[in-house]
Design a protein around this ligand. Structure first.
Ligand SMILES: CC(C)(COP(=O)(O)OP(=O)(O)OC[C@H]1O[C@@H](n2cnc3c(N)ncnc32)[C@H](O)[C@@H]1OP(=O)(O)O)[C@@H](O)C(=O)NCCC(=O)NCCS
Length: 171
């Protein structure tokens, strides 16, 4: 009985793997306009750290950690990884709403985690806005744990630079 159940679970996972057609590549700056559209569609808030210039900076510091997922040349998923030499960080995990619940979010995240592993990163953090609580279940399924021993605080060193959300012309 248990053997049968494990067998069925294995076959289902294999089938899902075979059905996954998304190709994962490194982001390059030519992808920026399409990626920006995807973030907006997926409800990712874009702020002053998401201008083309700021994105160019993060990929210069973290080459091969900003990933895009493509299905037939259309960008349908993104994730930004960053390593500060001590901890890894994940930003802007997003899957086009038309392609969600097909295993793509997990697939692109697994690829990023493998890249962190190769860099020998000890721990990876990510931040979820409280209004987006429903996504916690997705991460919990992948083994992420909520930290209740830490209080996150932020400080803005230059108010002229930071904007939580940006209008179209500034992006
Ligand atoms: C979160 C997100 C990236 C998930 O992508 P996805 O491609 O739909 O997820 P997957 O299909 O890979 O899901 C993997 C597993 O998590 C589950 N899952 C996906 N979204 C879930 C959710 N909101 N709640 C609970 N489980 C969820 C899937 O059912 C699947 O479970 P299974 O392995 O048992 O079949 C996607 O919903 C998204 O882009 N959301 C909007 C942007 C966002 O909130 N990003 C996170 C910012 S912190």
């Amino acid at each position: 009985m248990i053997k049968q159940r494990i067998g069925r679970k294995f076959l289902t996972s294999l089938l899902i793997l075979l059905m996954i057609k998304m190709k994962i590549e490194n982001f390059n700056i030519q992808h920026y306009p399409e990626v920006l559209e995807l973030w907006k569609k997926a409800g990712i808030g874009v702020g002053s750290s998401d201008t083309k210039e700021e994105i160019a900076l993060i990929i210069a510091r973290n080459p091969e950690l900003f990933l895009i997922g493509k299905e037939q040349e259309k960008i349908i998923a993104t994730v930004i990884g960053a390593f500060d030499g001590r901890r890894g960080y994940v930003h802007h995990l997003a899957v086009d709403p038309m392609y969600q619940k097909k295993g793509y979010g997990k697939a692109i995240m697994d690829d990023l985690i493998e890249r962190f592993r190769k860099k020998k990163v000890h721990k990876i953090h990510l931040f979820i806005q409280k209004q987006n609580k429903k996504v916690v279940d997705f991460y919990s399924k992948q083994g992420w744990e909520i930290r209740d021993d830490i209080i996150m605080m932020s400080f803005i060193p230059d108010n002229t630079l930071y904007k939580r959300s940006l209008d179209e012309q500034k992006l």
